[in-house]
Design a protein around this ligand. Structure first.
Ligand code: N01
Length: 542
């Protein structure tokens, strides 16, 4: 039993000093607060939303749910927590994940150190004092020795700059900023732009409610059926009895989650065996479809076996051949995020759903009652932008972060983000990023890798305290070597082959650089070694 939640923090006062500030109260910020408080640091979390949860606070669109099994998409730092919490479904819904977030905030009494409805607008490093001066959107300035950016990888919504955007007469929504009260589409004609993960989850539910749904698709998406279901209590009991072994095994997996990675090449088996393996994984309903063979994300021919399998499935599900043809993805499977769906392709068999291909002729403009593709007009009453995020750097770019010599982080990262381990960046002492560019982050089971980052940062701060060091800062040469390594690893795979947000390709003008690091086990080992060697690659000063 948890007691009634404590009230959230009162507004920080001008000039108030903290040992550490944390930006963001998602899974990263909450656990960071827990760890820093345990070190005895006076810590304050600032959160723009009115409640905790980050991604799961903002993304309330119909059908929003996780695509990593709930039993693995949960904190592991407290065995009591993982034993007492009961997930109801294989893949948890957004409301259930948000209930879990609240449970964690209650259980660890995190509320008194979180200030909601407050955006951090600037953080400037004061070299003379060795402290960060942090400005809030309330106008208040405070200072802190450590600054942890727990701002999320997919938190800065992208609304494309389509001409006439302000002219639309009806309500518009972005999936990442969904109204808390929900939206009733009954009897409405709805348009939706985008066919990524958020669109895939929401389209079947919007279509079931709306009078008509028009889907504007620029790039077709590969999806595997989620086959979500209530969790079997016997399975839950078995997992809970073996949590430590299961978690330990997952740390050895390339994405930090057990996808039953097969070690053979797709070329090493017969065509029948390949088909059997793909079909088995299609029936299981997991992102582990891409772990069917060792080289699916490395060898173009191997990848095409998997791609062609999904394309055949799409042709068999979608009844109208012309619509099926438009839904067939051509790009490498996996270089944009593979999706798990529930009745996505089937939805295009509904008489009230129209698919419009905007790959050749883009959306020309938004009009008061719809939009135009070339000269063809489409009318609807409501418009949904399922157009994704300025990923990994977008949320940091919105804050005026300045390090030594007043250098703006945005300026330093003009040609693409540069970090050491995705944790720190040279010239910005005592500033940490959780799941920053250059870490596995979005190519991993986010919750465990968030925990790994938070643990590393907290241990590092603890080390500084016990060794009486005031500052820690990534060395440029270590950072350069890490950036080269991140690129080198990505270059050995098929990931950089399409216009994905992993590359920043979805944002006009954003430098094209592969941002996440591929491979959880070598990354975790590198972090461990760096710490064990007295924070190798960092400069520490008293
Ligand atoms: O965003 P996206 P998302 N005209 O960037 C299209 C995570 N997530 O919110 O591909 C026309 O994937 C764009 O087209 P294109 C997950 O990591 C997880 O869906 O650029 N179309 C694309 O179709 C995911 O990858 C979960 O050609 C335009 C869509 O908008 C990430 O969040 C659920 C356009 C954007 O897709 C982001 O997913 C949801 C334009 N001008 C999200 N501009 C789960 O755990 C953009 N598009 C299940």
């Amino acid at each position: 039993m948890t007691s009634a939640p404590s009230p959230a923090a009162a507004a920080a006062q001008p000039g108030e000093t903290f040992d550490a500030i944390v930006v963001g109260a998602g899974f990263a910020g909450l656990y960071m607060l827990h760890r820093l408080r345990a070190l005895g640091l006076r810590t304050r979390v600032f959160e723009a939303g009115s409640g905790p949860g980050g991604t799961w606070y903002w993304n309330r669109y119909p059908g929003a749910r996780c695509d990593v099994p709930s039993m693995e998409y949960s904190y592991q730092f407290s065995d009591e927590l993982q034993q007492e919490w009961n997930w109801s479904e294989r893949y948890a819904t957004q409301p259930e994940i948000l209930r879990y977030v609240h449970h964690v905030a209650d259980r660890f009494d995190l509320w008194p150190d979180i200030q909601f409805d407050t955006r951090v607008t600037a953080a400037h490093f004061d070299e003379a004092r060795g402290r960060w001066i942090v400005r809030l959107d309330t106008g208040t300035e405070i200072t802190a020795r450590f600054c942890v950016m727990a701002t999320g990888c997919l938190s800065s919504a992208n609304i494309p700059d389509i001409p006439g955007r302000e002219d639309f007469r009806g309500p518009t929504y972005h999936t990442g900023h969904w109204p808390h009260e929900g939206v009733d589409f009954t009897g409405q004609r709805v348009g939706i732009i985008g066919t990524g993960s958020s669109a895939l989850q929401s389209i079947p539910l919007i279509a079931a409610q709306a009078a008509h749904l028009t889907v504007f698709q620029r790039t077709p998406t590969y999806a595997v059926p989620a086959r979500n279901a209530p969790l079997d209590p016997a399975d839950v009991a078995r997992i809970k009895a073996h949590y430590p072994e299961i978690r330990a095994r997952n740390w050895q997996e390339p994405f930090g989650v057990d996808f039953h990675q097969r070690s053979e090449s797709a070329h090493a088996v017969s065509a029948e065996e390949r088909e059997r393996e793909f079909e088995k994984r299609w029936q299981e309903g997991t992102l582990g479809f891409l772990a069917a063979f060792s080289d699916l994300l490395i060898d173009p021919q191997a990848n095409d076996y998997a791609a062609e399998f999904i394309r055949r499935k799409i042709r068999s599900i979608v009844k109208d051949p012309a619509t099926a043809g438009k839904l067939l993805p051509k790009q490498v499977v996996g270089c944009k995020r593979l999706c798990l769906d529930t009745q996505y392709y089937e939805t295009f068999n509904r008489p009230n759903v129209t698919l419009v291909d905007v790959s050749e002729t883009p959306i020309a403009c938004i009009t008061p009652d719809g939009l135009k593709v070339g000269d063809t007009g489409y009318t609807f009453d409501r418009l949904v932008f399922a157009t994704g995020f300025d990923a990994m750097t977008g949320a940091l770019d919105k804050i005026d972060i300045r390090g030594r010599g007043g250098l703006a982080l945005k300026e330093k990262w003009r040609a693409g983000p540069r970090t050491y381990l995705g944790l720190a960046t040279a010239g910005f002492p005592n500033l940490f990023t959780v799941s920053g560019p250059g870490s596995p982050s979005v190519l991993s089971n986010m919750l465990p890798t968030i925990e790994q980052h938070v643990n590393w940062i907290a241990d590092c701060i603890g080390y500084l305290e016990t060794h009486r060091q005031r500052l820690i800062e990534a060395r440029t040469e270590a950072e350069d070597a890490w950036v080269d390594h991140v690129n080198e690893v990505a270059g050995m795979t098929l990931y950089p082959r399409c216009n994905s947000w992993y590359l920043g390709a979805n944002i006009p003008g954003k430098p094209r650089i592969f941002m996440p690091y591929i491979g959880v086990p070598p990354y975790v080992e590198k972090c461990r070694q760096v710490a064990a060697n007295g924070y190798e690659g960092f400069a520490l000063s008293a």
